[in-house]
Design a protein around this ligand. Structure first.
Ligand code: MTE
Ligand code: MO
Length: 199
């Protein structure tokens, strides 16, 4: 499945949120260490919390889901935006079909390596453009960009797009993640400039 094509650069001003600058590079940004896997046999993705069927997916399981190719724009809260980033992976909507999310679930906590977390609403998580990505430009993610698997939630500031994703937890309440506990916004819509909790 392929969503969208290279968009018209004429409307770039509409695509770039306020106080963002477009870069053609791909900056690397995170706190903590880059995990280097030489072997994914012990790697898994845990999907749990308010679901009927908790799952533990291997990387092979992830590759058996319908695969999606998405072009989107990403916006880091530190001020850079990258247009037409090209990701390959599994749509969150496809990932959770058999998981059966309970109706009491309203929020999601994404868990990464080293206990790093971020939170988003279930509607943001399940948006049509929300992806669990294993590749960028048709090549496996590099370790710095989140190998073997990361979230991509392009309609939110890019800190919500957890690299080195290991867990997806469905919750009733909205629990702030790592940056959200440190003053960043609970939602993080770049077009509304929801950078900090007071915005
Ligand atoms: N696990 C984890 N994921 C993370 C972060 C992090 O510190 N840890 N930083 C976030 C931030 S602030 C940004 S801007 C993007 C950067 O992704 P990139 O390095 O692939 O550009 O990753 C996000 N995902
Ligand atoms: Mo960021």
């Amino acid at each position: 499945m392929y969503f969208g094509k290279k968009k018209n650069r004429d409307n770039q001003s509409e695509r770039v949120p306020p106080n963002q600058n477009v870069t053609t590079t791909f900056p690397v940004l995170h706190s903590g260490n880059v995990p280097y896997y030489t072997d994914l046999s012990k790697w898994n993705l845990q999907v749990y919390g308010l679901v009927d069927n908790p799952k533990l997916f291997t990387i092979e399981d992830i590759m058996t889901f319908p695969q999606t190719d998405l072009l989107n724009d990403i916006h880091c809260v530190t001020g850079w935006s990258k247009l037409d980033a090209n990701w390959q992976g599994v749509k969150t909507q496809d990932l959770v079909v058999d998981v059966k999310i309970k109706s009491t679930a309203k929020f999601v906590i994404l868990h990464a390596e080293e206990g790093w977390t971020t939170n988003l609403s279930i509607s943001d998580f399940l948006k049509e453009t929300s992806l669990i990505a294993h590749s960028f430009d048709h090549k496996k993610l590099t370790p710095e960009h989140g190998y073997p698997l990361r979230g991509v939630f392009p309609h939110l500031y890019f800190w919500k797009s957890a690299k080195w994703l290991r867990g997806i937890q469905f919750t009733e309440h909205n629990h702030p993640g790592f940056w959200e506990r440190n003053g960043y916004h609970m939602e993080g819509d770049p077009f509304k400039e929801q950078r900090f909790s007071y915005d």
